[in-house]
Design a protein around this ligand. Sequence first.
Ligand SMILES: NC(=O)c1ccc[n+]([C@@H]2O[C@H](COP(=O)([O-])OP(=O)(O)OC[C@H]3O[C@@H](n4cnc5c(N)ncnc54)[C@H](O)[C@@H]3O)[C@@H](O)[C@H]2O)c1
Ligand SMILES: [Zn+2]
Length: 680
Amino acid sequence: MSDVKARILALREQLDSYNYQYYVEDAPSVPDAEYDRLMRELVALEQAHPELLDPDSPSQKVGGAPVSAFPEVQHALPMLSLDNVFSDEELAAFEKRVMDRLDRAEPLDFCCEPKLDGLAVSLVYEQGRLVQAATRGDGSTGEGITENVRTIRAVPLKLKGEGWPARLEVRGEVYMPRAGFEKMNEDARAEGGKVFANPRNAAAGSLRQLDSRVTARRPLAFYCYGVGLVEGDALAERHFDILQQLKGWGLPVCPEIKRVQGRAGCQAYHDDILARRDRLPYEIDGVVYKVDELALQQQLGFVARAPRWATAHKFPAQEELTRLLKVEFQVGRTGAITPVAKLEPVPVAGVTVSNATLHNADEIARLGVMVGDTVIVRRAGDVIPQVVGVVLERRPADAQPIVFPDHCPVCDAEIERIEGEAVARCTGGLFCAAQRKEAIRHFASRKALDIEGLGTKLVEQLVDQEQVKTPADLFHLSQETLAGLERMGEKSAAKLLAALDKARTTTLPRFLYALGIREVGEATALNLARHFLTLEAVMQAEVETLLAVPDVGEVVAKHIYYFFRQPHNQEVVRALVSPREQGGCGLHWPAIEAVPVAAQPLAGQTFVLTGTLNRLSRNDAKAALQALGAKVAGSVSAKTSQVVAGEAAGSKLVKAQELGVPVMDEDGLLALLAGHGWQP
Ligand SMILES: NC(=O)c1ccc[n+]([C@@H]2O[C@H](COP(=O)([O-])OP(=O)(O)OC[C@H]3O[C@@H](n4cnc5c(N)ncnc54)[C@H](O)[C@@H]3O)[C@@H](O)[C@H]2O)c1
Ligand SMILES: [Zn+2]
């Protein structure tokens, strides 16, 4: 057998097995980028050696065989895949191919759509009612998953309005929004449940459940991007217009879809979406261009596994393969020990990654990862890069197990792991230099006391030389001490002293936040200050009383309570707020007035925030609403006064509409807040 033939056969076997893992088990063992590289190699070899072509080759097939646990559904029209382009040149070649085939000289209209990373489904509506839902399967036979799809809030069970065809087959993508995915995995990690590598696997795994109650609990959403077999002639003649019709009938259509002219329009669309990729509330792996006119689509037709009238322009992959060189253990502000993977540098989604988090000991065990392994790193959005998988078949003979330390790598105190908690912590407390550094950095950070000029390097020196043990020590530093530090002149020392002096006048919320009490962020600190009005009152508060503060639950209440019961913490707080004449640091703030009821125009109203807000953070919106007296709840009920729906709002928005709860968008919220004198 020739080398080429052997390579082709090996590639086919490998890709078949990857397909099985991906489509049937929803658990791929290699990232898409690796799969795509092997597929491209296979396609190139097959093109160069047409005599070796085989209709059974994975290059000629769509998806994977349906599994027998679900009823089989024959697709009236095949559900195809998409061809890919990876570069501007390939995009130009695509446009040229299409124009040549149509014998056209002037630019065509294209419908541009985000390529959502989920899984394709077909929904059949008869007389406006959802009667069947199926996966793509192998393209001609899919899996019947009607019951599961019925649990997805974004999928209407009944079409709105009128004029829809008697039989309408809609096609689209079931996906898992980023926020829901992160939250689900976080919960799973805490409870030892199943953790998914990425939102696409999570969506596929959630949808292909035998028990639809499981699917119902998963944060799935849906956007449609086309139609299948339609009976009746109610539909428009252009793809983009059809999508608008679908939207009118209550089917969700992605708001990013646009109609453009020619390759230049496609390229501009691609660049815009790529630039905003990390800010979209869902994951995409590229954009799709479709010839807009149906008559032209028909003329172009399709090849084995994909239409000729569409192509996917892929984005840089968010998952890549690289080698795990070693693991370091970092100590955080609260002593949490985080294993950090040191990787052979690899470009992921446009950035070179050489560190990734391994979360905790449970995660290392779950992944079964060893030093020397080939691992899958994932970098998506602003989440720090993580190791999400190991390619076991590439494990070298000399791979070494990862040993979780039992003593702190910085202060040598014992590391403790509390029953039922995933996180291991150094017990050194503020004696641990690592924790001290983090605590002081946090204390000085912008949203805390905002001490300008007190950077990481400086904090390290001050702690290492034992000039600073607690935040209070900062305020006793002398010009002399500071000027004696590395890379510090007289001038910058004086500047820092001035900044420290300025920081003495602060606000109670900033002060509470700066203390670095576990799980007390800015919003909670603000609520505490508003509720108790004085530091003394917060320090004296019992768990019960703390629970009355908006946004404070059992866990946070206990953290706050125990923090102020520690003699060491009491001492530091007293030192910080004692007057300077008495040898204290002299931190002070204007008294907070009890907010009169009249100044709480939204008292008695309950708001729910959902979707992505662009101009202010969820926390800021919440704090602003609370400041005006409103309650902010996590779920929509008949008692909700107002839902604020940001971009890509999902189930909460649907629920609000069902219950007739008023909905406003981000502009509406900003206008409301501004009307009550709130300023960002
Ligand atoms: N990691 C692995 O082991 C492995 C195995 C098999 C496949 N894969 C991945 O899957 C890809 C092949 O899968 P595929 O055949 O589903 O192709 P594809 O994902 O490249 O493209 C087709 C699919 O795109 C989706 N899609 C999203 N938005 C769309 C839109 N607006 N319009 C039309 N379709 C849209 C649909 O689900 C459609 O079926 C490979 O390129 C690879 O990245 C990975
Ligand atoms: Zn330590």
